[in-house]
Design a protein around this ligand. Structure first.
Ligand code: KIV
Length: 277
């Protein structure tokens, strides 16, 4: 049985910390699912860690749907959240609803995530009213990086902190089932977590949130361009992959791979017949 938004709400009610991680492909999603992590985000962070762009802005809806389909195919239990990319929910409520629906209907996700608080609350409300669970995302919102002026912590002044609290409340009011708090001071994240009824999922927001989300490539050490301060590397996959490929490269050149056991052979009589032709 797949995890539902009610199960996620229940985790908060029981005081259990919610774990979420990104995944972008079938094989990785399958491992995440088998570990039992309840929430998978097919994040537009794939723009950087999978596609090599400098930001999430070039990521299109078609790219997101393509990766979300792969993640859904790799999972049986996790609730899969598809990240709505830049400008797919801003132009009108109709566009927001139509594009959110594609994640559910075409890609098989169970929920969508979109960035913004007060300014997108009307769209969140309509999407939720249509039966599509929405996760909010406030604080540092990478799709607005050109407006914000860099990956800086948000909510450090009294006005900015109040704005983030207002955003969280607007999303709660609009019916979002959870909200990501990205790169905000830990005390502010804890306060928001106390003040709203829906789970807060932090990234660079301290331990006082209802849950945590991380980009999987940061956790596994497979994206080496940049390691964010909020990430902890639980493995150094880039080193492991590099070591394995160096070995493969060496063995191919030395003709020690492949060996007999890596292939098949035909009967000597068939071979003799072939040679006679
Ligand atoms: O795209 C993403 O991976 C995200 C997380 C950082 C929350 O939005």
């Amino acid at each position: 049985m797949r995890i539902t938004i009610n199960d996620i709400r229940e985790l908060k009610e029981k005081g259990e910390i919610i774990t979420m991680v990104t995944a972008y492909d079938y094989s990785t999603a399958k491992i995440v699912d088998q570990v039992g992590i309840p929430l998978i985000l097919v994040g537009d962070s794939l723009g950087m860690v999978v596609l090599g762009y400098e930001s999430t802005i070039p990521v299109t809806l078609d790219i997101m749907l393509h990766h979300t389909k792969a993640v859904v195919r790799g999972t049986k239990q996790a609730l899969v959240v598809g990240d709505m990319p830049f400008m797919t929910y801003h132009t009108s409520t109709e566009d927001a609803m139509r594009n959110a629906a594609r994640f559910i209907q075409e890609a098989g996700a169970q929920a969508v995530k979109l960035e913004g608080g007060v300014t997108v609350a009307d769209k969140v409300k309509r999407i939720v009213e249509c039966g599509i669970p929405v996760m909010g995302h406030i604080g540092l919102t990478p799709q607005s990086i050109n407006q914000i002026g860099g990956h800086k912590a948000q909510g450090k002044t009294p006005e900015a902190a109040v704005k983030i609290l207002d955003d969280a409340r607007a999303l709660e009011q609009a019916g979002a089932f959870a909200v990501v708090l990205e790169t905000v001071p830990a005390q502010l994240a804890s306060l928001i977590t106390e003040k709203i009824s829906i789970p807060t999922i932090g990234i660079g927001a301290g331990p006082g949130c209802s849950g945590q989300v991380q980009v999987i490539n940061d956790l596994l050490g497979s994206y080496t361009d940049f390691v964010p301060r909020h990430a902890k590397q639980y493995a150094k996959l880039a080193d492991i992959i590099s070591g394995a490929l160096t070995e493969y490269y060496k063995e191919v050149r030395a003709s020690t791979f492949p060996t007999k056991k890596h292939g098949s052979s035909i009967d000597e009589s068939v071979l003799a017949e072939l040679k006679a032709k």
